[in-house]
Design a binder for this molecule. Structure first.
Ligand SMILES: Nc1ncnc2c1ncn2[C@@H]1O[C@H](COP(=O)(O)OP(=O)(O)OP(=O)(O)O)[C@@H](O)[C@H]1O
Ligand SMILES: [Mg+2]
Length: 305
């Protein structure tokens, strides 16, 4: 559905995208994960033809994206990172204007506006000016404003920035429903839990380069370290480090042991051994690698601008 082929985009002082290639399949929920300044918005703007690449090309539904490509605009809805709404107009009037960009037949547009406002729970507030809206309401309106022409592809550039969990969940549920109905979605974020919750496949981008790509499980498998087991001690556990050592390498850390299991470690065997030797414990936690740990492992912890 989306084919990005060796794209490079330079601004005067920086190469924002450096030879990026990516494919997004039809009906996929694809995540583009990256820290500030990684190049996510630049890529979104290239996908809709707002920007021209310096090298490479992009095809959407078989057609090359160009800056005057009407075909692309019909196929794509871009939910921009910065709110693109008229503050002094009502929600309804905003959507009327966005709809007029696409020359949608009047009655159909009216119907769509009603349906979209209802789907993000703003229909009751349709006559209120946007400047009276909360951050979450603005984000929800910003989201539907980009899809009045009912495009098969939706690009969402950090659509949940700065909003509360209720609005965020409403947006998640709505996007998941759209995806189930057949829409292809590309979703940028720096929130790992969002990518994990929403996306089937993700690419991690940093300094304009794709540094990892795959399903979440595939990415987690690439982690350079295994799971860890934390055994929080009680009086009995304290002196029993030798038994734990038969299961892997153990580090004694004040109130708990940290166990890095040997290859072939089985949790059931571990627990039955503790039971057989009547070794009690306060509790045991299994720490599996997460996407967050992978993301930080790949991109490092230094701050970005
Ligand atoms: N119009 C521009 N002119 C010059 N440099 C730009 C321009 N737009 C973006 N950049 C630079 O290009 C790089 C990528 O920016 P981009 O906005 O694509 O990143 P991003 O991943 O969307 O970041 P964020 O998570 O903060 O939104 C950054 O270093 C940014 O400063
Ligand atoms: Mg951005």
């Amino acid at each position: 559905m989306i084919k990005i082929n060796s794209i490079t985009k330079r601004y005067p002082t920086i190469t924002a995208l450096d030879n990026i290639s990516l494919n997004v399949n039809k009906q996929e929920f694809f995540g583009l994960l990256g820290p500030n300044g990684a190049g996510k918005t630049t890529l979104m703007n290239l996908l809709v033809g707002y920007l021209n690449p310096d090298q490479g090309d992009i095809h959407i539904a078989g057609e090359k994206v160009t800056q005057d490509g009407l075909h692309t605009r019909k196929n794509i809805g871009l939910v921009p990172q910065s709110l693109a709404l008229y503050d002094d107009l009502s929600a309804q009037d905003n959507l009327d204007i966005f709809g007029s960009f696409y020359h949608i037949e009047k009655n159909l547009l009216k119907e769509r506006i009603k349906e979209k406002l209802e789907s993000v729970q703003l229909y009751e507030r349709r006559k209120d000016k946007v400047k009276t809206f909360s951050g979450g309401m603005k984000r929800r309106l910003n989201l539907v404003a980009s899809m009045l022409h009912d495009p098969p592809i939706l690009l969402c550039d950090e659509p949940t920035v700065g909003i509360d969990p209720q609005s965020r969940n409403a947006i998640f549920d709505y996007l998941l429903m759209l995806n189930e109905q057949g829409k292809t979605i590309v979703y940028t974020t720096h929130y790992m839990e969002e990518a994990e919750r929403l996306c089937k496949r993700i690419a991690i981008i940093d300094f304009g380069k794709i540094i990892a790509e795959g399903t979440i499980d595939e990415l987690i498998e690439k982690l350079p370290y295994d799971e860890t087991i934390l055994i929080t001690k009680n009086q009995v556990t304290k002196g029993k480090i030798d038994l734990l050592k038969s299961f892997g390498s153990v580090v004694d850390e004040d109130d708990h042991f940290q166990l890095k299991p040997n290859a072939g470690f089985q949790l059931s065997q571990f627990f039955s051994s503790l039971e057989k030797n009547t070794i009690s414990y306060k509790f045991v936690e299994l720490h599996k690698p997460t996407l967050e740990s992978y993301f930080l492992h790949l991109t490092g912890r230094r701050l970005r601008d």
